[in-house]
Design a protein around this ligand. Structure first.
Ligand SMILES: [Zn+2]
Length: 257
């Protein structure tokens, strides 16, 4: 019992620290800045931040989301990504135990949270992030499932092809980009990571949560800013399906078959 608590607490702390690092990468990498140098600064006044300004979640709460030096607002992205990463890490370790699969899922979820964060900030995801997520899912699953890799390989490739075609079709019908290249790569990642039929749960949850958000947030978005990034919803769908995909699919089969 105490061992599982220790593992949980260590995982949560590791999640907070990695979430804090993902925040830095999400902001600096798309701008072509170095991740390691200079140290963290206030984005408004440029004041270097000390270690007690950088404690995940707690510093943001203690300072009520403002810079200690110039009182500028600090984005809620910081504590959100830290809390989310910690929560997802703990769920993975709790659900999958201390296994090779857990190692794959920790790396993968970090890359996915990073992609979702950048998409939410800038409405695009650098290829480095999406191709890394895709590559890790493909290689990781191949190594873990070898030689029974037929399902995940076919699901991943099929998903890439299907959503690439769907993206082209939507662009022709709508006259604008609705399902970008990054979204297609994330859907492929979902296929390699989840396999068939769990991919269906991820796609359904992504589409429904994205539509729901678009519907609810529409009145609050300023005119001309009606574009909503789809990446965060795909990532939500993948993480949801990772934990609840199989039980939901079993329930569905019992009800309708
Ligand atoms: Zn400041």
């Amino acid at each position: 019992m105490w061992l599982s608590w220790t593992v949980g607490i260590v995982t949560a702390i590791a999640g907070l620290i990695i979430g804090s690092f993902l925040n830095v990468v999400a902001i600096r990498l798309p701008r072509g800045e170095s991740i390691l140098w200079p140290g963290s600064r206030c984005m408004q006044c440029g004041h270097p931040l000390r270690s007690w300004d950088l404690v995940p979640i707690f510093s943001w709460l203690a300072l009520r989301g403002r810079c200690r030096y110039c009182h500028a607002h600090i984005s809620v992205q910081y504590p959100l990504v830290e809390a989310l990463t910690a929560a997802v890490f703990v769920l993975i370790v709790w659900h999958f135990g201390i296994t090779a699969e857990t190692a794959l899922l920790l790396v993968e979820s970090g890359l996915l949270i990073l992609s979702a964060t950048v998409d939410a900030r800038t409405l695009e995801i650098p290829d480095t992030f999406t191709f890394s997520a895709l590559g890790v899912a493909l290689v990781g699953r191949t190594l873990l499932l070898w030689p029974a890799i037929f399902n995940v390989l076919l699901t991943g490739l099929g998903s890439l092809l299907f959503f690439a075609l769907l993206g082209r079709l939507m662009r022709r019908l709508l006259g604008r980009e609705a399902l970008g290249g990054a979204d297609v790569l994330l859907m492929g990642t979902a296929g390699f990571l989840l396999g068939w039929p769990i991919l269906l749960v991820a796609v359904l949850v992504a589409a429904l949560s994205g539509l729901l958000f678009a519907f609810v947030s529409r009145p609050f978005l300023p005119e001309g800013e009606k574009l909503i990034p789809f990446g965060p919803f795909i990532v939500f769908g993948i993480l949801f399906a990772l934990f609840l995909g199989q039980p939901l699919w079993n329930l569905y089969m019992q009800l309708y078959m």
